[in-house]
Design a protein around this ligand. Structure first.
Ligand SMILES: [Cu+2]
Length: 104
């Protein structure tokens, strides 16, 4: 997956198998984060966020720690089936959100 100067995740929705690793790459000159919505991941799933955020609240409070610079990547391995919704903290207002569907 990558991002663009249009402040979107591309593709915005992907489907993977349980246990797959999803790699996000910042292919833009802007900083972005990959931050899961705490209430929009499957029950029992481990929270994820770039910069090692332990929660959505922490990510919002320490945005700087979450940011991926140009050329940086973030990867997450998803074991629990279901839909994970996530966003970019700096560009959430611009609609920079996405979803990962993990099939069991
Ligand atoms: Cu962004």
């Amino acid at each position: 997956m990558g991002t663009t100067d249009a402040q979107t995740f591309q593709p915005a929705t992907i489907t993977v198998a349980a246990g797959d690793t999803v790699v996000f790459s910042n292919d833009t000159s802007q900083v972005h984060s990959v931050t899961a919505y705490q209430g929009d991941i499957p029950e029992g799933a481990e929270y994820f966020g770039s910069g090692g955020s332990a929660s959505e609240k922490e990510a919002r409070e320490d945005v700087t720690d979450t940011l991926l610079e140009e050329g940086e990547t973030f990867e997450v391995t998803l074991e629990t089936p279901g839909t994970y919704k996530y966003f970019c903290v700096p560009h959430e207002q611009q609609g920079m959100t996405g979803a990962i569907v993990v099939e069991g």
